[in-house]
Structure formats: C-alpha cells, structure tokens
Write a protein of this length. Structure first.
Length: 55
C-alpha cells in the first residue's frame, strides 16, 4: 500500500481506484452502482487519488 504525503497509509489503494474508474468506463454504469469490492464511488468519482479536492 502506498503512503500519503504525511506518512499515513492510503485508505483505498490507487490500483483499486483505477479499477473502479475502468469498470465505469467499460460498462457505462453510474458511479453509484459500483460493486462492493471496489472503493466507495465518492472516493473514485469526486476526489483525485492525491487526496486533494478537485478544482
């Protein structure tokens, strides 16, 4: 698992977030319909992997 800038572990690995984005792009399903084995949709759709809020 990667580390965030202040040394904490990432709550959701970036690989899992990329998997979720790929799933939505491939299947065309809405973000809210992500399966339970993927990170929460708000983490994938609303916040970039770096943890900062989108501009």
């Amino acid at each position: 698992m990667g580390l965030v800038e202040d040394g904490r572990r990432e709550k959701h690995p970036r690989r899992e977030i990329v998997k979720a984005i790929s799933h939505v792009a491939r299947s065309g399903c809405p973000w809210r319909h992500l399966t339970a084995d993927l990170p929460p949709w708000r983490r994938c759709a609303g916040t970039p992997p770096g943890g900062s809020k989108p501009a």
